[in-house]
Design a protein around this ligand. Structure first.
Ligand SMILES: [Zn+2]
Length: 324
């Protein structure tokens, strides 16, 4: 059995079934693209690893499939509770980001005002994650793996969802650095993302992780993801204790969230400009009806620019270096 093939062959739903491995690890398919892995003994963490929340982001899906196959063959020891999720199987089958709307804007109940395929999927994922986290007292972790549409000056980076009154834990960020991430971006506002949902609702240490550029299934050079794979293996097998120190990872904070106000929105960045391109103070980055954004200091950078989105959604983030 392949988690990926089974998921793509049953994109809408799947019969729950389970399989006990010789080493006592239990694999349980709860719904299509939602797989529970239970170790024989209880560990310290309860970990969600998700991928394919955007259907065309294949490298993370291939990573999760590899983790699954290593667990199934017994090569990878499991000592922590694990939930593996392939987010949007119908979109993955069509090699598109989404079918009706962006799944990663629909969490924290935002799906309630929509009736699209993605809205139903967001609700289903929320329910499975809630059940998983609430079954034990272990520390909660969530790594939501993505790849980006455009190139990036800093290829691998994580978005830390807004934590409200909680502090940014340096040990979590140090773990991400060991996973090969070059930068971390600290959010300053609530969002409809999957990682904000698990962070806020369950107090998980949650991250949206960008691992490089979008490519088709089979076109990913998995050597690019070796450090991240190794980090996840150590986490799953219980070797990771979050004791490393920060080294040189760059830390940014969001200084402006550009929201699409009207069809007049224009982002003043080149189509082929890379994420994290730095601009001098005073550069015009976005304009819209009654709005413009000029950089307030040297070295501000843009991330995730997109204009073909509904009015009211985020068109771009502007970030600036900060210290933890
Ligand atoms: Zn994505």
């Amino acid at each position: 059995m392949s988690f990926l093939k089974t998921t793509l062959a049953n994109p809408i739903s799947a019969e729950p079934h389970s399989l006990m491995l010789e080493n006592g690890v239990n694999l349980e398919l709860l719904e299509t693209g939602v797989l529970r892995v239970s170790p024989a003994r209880q560990g310290d963490y309860r970990i969600v690893i998700s991928c394919g929340i955007h259907g065309n982001e294949t490298a993370p899906i291939e990573m999760v499939e590899k983790i699954f196959s290593e667990i199934k063959s017994g090569k990878l020891t499991v000592t922590n509770e694990l939930l593996l999720i392939i987010g949007n199987p119908p979109a993955a089958n069509q090699a598109v980001r989404f079918i009706d709307e962006n799944l990663n804007r629909l969490f924290s109940g935002k799906h309630q005002s929509s009736s699209t395929k993605e809205a139903r999927r967001a609700k289903l994922i929320e329910d499975h994650v809630a059940e998983f986290y609430q079954q034990g007292e272990e520390s909660r972790l969530h790594y939501d793996l993505h790849t980006a549409i455009r190139g990036s000056e800093l290829e691998k980076f994580a978005v830390y969802p807004y934590l409200h009154n909680r502090d940014w834990p340096k040990t979590q960020i140090a773990f991400l650095e060991r996973c090969g991430l070059e930068a971390i971006l600290l959010s300053t506002k609530p969002a409809g993302t999957f990682s904000y949902f698990t962070s806020t609702q369950f107090g998980a240490d949650s991250f949206t992780i960008e691992l490089g550029k979008v490519r088709k299934f089979g076109d990913n050079d998995m050597r690019n993801f070796a450090d991240a794979m190794q980090g996840l293996r150590e986490l799953i097998s219980g070797q990771e204790d979050f004791s490393s120190e920060l080294k040189s990872i760059q830390v940014f904070s969001v200084v402006e969230e550009v929201i699409k106000r009207s069809e007049a929105l224009k982002l003043h960045v080149a189509d082929d400009a890379k994420n994290f391109t730095a601009f001098p103070k005073g550069s015009l980055l976005a304009s819209d009806e009654g709005y413009e954004y000029r950089t307030q200091q040297d070295g501000e950078r843009f991330v995730f620019p997109i204009t073909n989105i509904p009015i009211g959604q985020r068109a771009m983030l502007v970030v600036a270096p900060t210290i933890l």
